[in-house]
Design a protein around this ligand. Structure first.
Ligand code: FMN
Length: 218
């Protein structure tokens, strides 16, 4: 396979992994992931990102609990506002719908973090304009590098979606006030091979010369 195909196959075959084998992530692999992040582009080359590596089980459990509670809060609010039906309207089987609804409102989406062997907390300098874009580029590099290295990851916003949860995490990890916590990334050896989530077709996403125009003029 040439480089182009290799890169594309890593991008395409990456999945969000939420179930891991108990094996620890070797230090050299952790450093490989952070090296990949370090080479991400950033506005004005500001490199506002910082990475806190969490291996301590108590801290991982706490982050997982915060994530589960946040999901429960969000999905219960959606349910109360009648928005869950809309979200699940494509699922025709009522039993399957009920099961997903229960899973969402019980907060069992992101609480899997509790069992991750490793979490990378991505935070960054608040005074940098492009902070979310810069950090997202670094995060994606981590996910892709991990997939190439045979590791599974999941980008998990739940523990920091609410500023009160973010404060708890900042306190636990002694992250300074002038830093924002962008996300948690779980990392480990995959213990599941999920099917790809559906993607919108290319022709619905790309236009030529003006929005909505599909002619390629070749
Ligand atoms: C910005 C962002 C936030 C996400 N937050 C969560 C989350 O809080 N919990 C979770 O389980 N997955 C989360 N994910 C993972 C997505 O659910 C996942 O990427 C998406 O369903 C597509 O599946 P795939 O990554 O396997 O292709 C997040 C992904 C992104 C990019």
């Amino acid at each position: 396979m040439d480089t182009e195909q290799q890169v594309f196959s890593v991008i395409k075959d990456r999945r969000s992994i939420r179930k891991y084998k108990p094996d620890p992530v070797p230090q050299e692999k952790i450093e490989l992931l952070i090296e990949a992040a370090r080479w991400a582009p950033s506005g004005e080359n500001a490199q506002p990102w910082r990475f806190v590596i969490i291996k301590d089980r108590n801290k991982i459990r706490s982050i997982g609990k915060i994530a589960g509670t946040a999901d429960r809060r969000q999905f219960s609010a959606e349910f109360a506002a009648g928005e869950t039906e809309e979200r699940l309207k494509k699922i025709k089987d009522p039993k399957k719908r009920q099961k997903i609804m229960e899973k969402l409102t019980a907060g069992y989406v992101s609480s899997f973090l509790e069992n991750a062997p490793l979490i990378i907390i991505v935070c960054g300098r608040k005074d940098v304009w492009d902070l979310p874009y810069d950090c997202s580029a670094a995060i994606e590099n981590i996910l892709i590098m991990a997939a190439a290295a045979g590791l599974g990851t999941c980008w998990v916003e739940s523990p920091v979606m609410d500023v009160r949860d973010e404060e708890k995490i900042k306190e636990m990890l002694r992250i300074p006030r002038n830093y924002k916590v962008l996300t948690a990334i779980s990392v480990g050896v995959p213990d599941e091979s999920p099917k790809p989530r559906p993607r919108l077709p290319l022709e619905d996403l790309v236009f030529y010369e003006s929005f909505g125009r599909k002619e390629k003029d070749e």
